[in-house]
Design a protein around this ligand. Structure first.
Ligand code: IMP
Length: 438
């Protein structure tokens, strides 16, 4: 049987999972997306060229690899076919090795209109979504009124269901949210026009994945966002609308949990967050003058911390091992990959948040309640910096002693071994401690 690896974000997303998936794809035959949508942005640097993938699995850059989009993803046809077009323009063959589940819920223009109108209306309760319609599309799925990819092949059904949905949502948009209604005929024509492009990509994903495994082939399950943005386990309501933990790979692709053989949690050597919500070890928020510590600004600058989808500046802070330990536990992580270690190279001293003070008491794990998490005061440990470049280092023994001590401390606090360390954006800037496929 093939071996399956799940790669998940262990923080608030943007941990650098795309590069790790791309790196591990050397040993895999297929890569599967199982949740989220084009709110994700996976940046890859390959042979000096920057590629941002939003929906298509990061394995696509390897010509022999098959890519799967599972039922758990919410799919914007426009975003999908634009992205395919961009990759094809760069000379990649995509369509012969991309397989899509008919059960994936579609993101249609009214989802985007609702997402943006709600965010514009909210004042203090703004989530800071990516405005891509992700939340409203998952709502429709749970409410059993979603249009799914397979519905584009049944025009009469699509038209009837779209009419029902737009009757309801156009009322909400115009009468409650004070926003422009969405045109029914245009939405219908645009969606149905994708049927011919969708048809050759449709596949029974659970059956395909099972067949690959039975043939001894290895698969990677590529998570989007991060466990602390999970709709149940994250800092609710400041979360995305899907499950971002490793268990979602089973439900979102249609494999059984016993088929998930190794879980890799990916975390930056520090922390970032985009959008609103608690972030106890935060140092820097470009939109909040009260939070502009010099160290945080240096992290943002050196780490190029801007959202790859929205270009929003990310909030930055020290690594929070109390949040990380909780996240790794939710994911039953087998191993940890620390990314962007080189961003810390110039610091004299580096802090680790190992717990919090909450109402005068010490707390060891990030509370799941957003209001409690927001009241947590970080408790820090200070570590000496290494003040030398780690960029591109490829062997553990070549790391400076202080960097090794910092990583060992993370490992101890997180309770999970570090199996990989990324030391730069290029594909080969990686230290391998233990290979997830071995
Ligand atoms: P939504 O997923 O667009 O509904 O946004 C909900 C929250 O998740 C917001 O705080 C977003 O900034 C955050 N979010 C969504 N996708 C990503 C991602 O890929 N990386 C980091 N944050 C994300």
């Amino acid at each position: 049987m093939g071996r399956n690896i799940v790669i998940v974000g262990a923080q608030w997303g943007d941990e650098g999972k795309g590069k790790v998936v791309d790196w591990l794809t050397e040993r895999a035959h297929g890569v599967v997306r199982f949740q989220g949508g084009h709110n994700a942005g996976h940046t890859l640097w390959i042979e000096g060229r920057k590629t941002i993938l939003r929906l298509i699995p990061s394995g696509i850059m390897h010509p022999q690899v098959k890519c799967y989009i599972g039922n758990g993803v919410v799919l914007s046809p426009e975003a999908l076919f634009n992205e395919i077009g961009e990759l094809e323009a760069a000379g990649l063959e995509v369509r012969s090795r991309l397989f899509i589940s008919g059960a994936a819920a579609l993101i249609l223009p009214y989802h985007i209109a609702l997402d943006q109108a709600r965010e514009a209306r909210a004042n203090n309760e703004r989530i800071g979504t990516t405005g891509r319609g992700i939340g409203p599309a998952y709502e429709d799925k749970a409410a059993r009124r979603a249009l799914r990819v397979q519905d584009v092949f049944d025009a009469a059904h699509f038209k009837a269901r779209l009419r029902e949905n737009l009757d309801f949502y156009n009322f909400i948009l115009s009468r409650y949210l004070n926003a422009a209604p969405v045109d029914e005929a245009r939405t219908l024509d645009a969606a149905l026009a994708y049927a011919d492009q969708f048809a050759p990509l449709m596949a029974n994903i659970p059956a395909c994945l099972d067949a690959e495994n039975r043939a001894g082939r290895h698969l990677l399950f590529e998570g989007a966002q991060g466990a602390l943005l999970d709709v149940d386990h994250g800092t609710y309501p400041f979360v995305t609308s899907s499950h971002c933990v490793a268990g979602a790979a089973a439900t979102g692709a249609g494999v059984g949990p016993r088929q998930l053989h190794y879980i890799l949690g990916v975390a930056k050597a520090y922390c970032t967050r985009v959008g609103s919500g608690p972030f106890p070890s935060e140092l820097y928020d470009a939109n909040n003058p009260a939070r502009c510590a010099q160290a945080g600004a240096a992290l943002a600058r050196t780490g190029h911390e801007f959202g790859s989808v929205t270009r929003r500046p990310r909030r930055t802070g020290w690594l929070d091992t109390a949040a990380l330990a909780r996240s790794l536990q939710l994911n039953s992580a087998s191993g940890l990959c620390i990314t962007k270690l080189d961003v810390l190279d110039a610091f004299d001293s580096i802090r680790l948040c190992t717990g919090y003070r909450l109402n005068g008491r010490r707390v060891d794990a990030l509370p799941s309640s957003a209001s409690l998490a927001a009241q947590c005061e970080p408790v820090y440990e200070d570590h000496p910096g290494w003040k030398t470049s780690t960029a591109g280092i490829r062997a553990w023994d070549d790391l400076p002693a202080n960097a090794r001590a910092y990583l060992r401390r993370i490992e101890a606090a997180a309770g999970v071994p570090i199996d990989l360390i990324s030391t730069g954006p290029q594909r080969d800037a990686m230290i391998l401690v233990r290979h997830p496929f071995d």
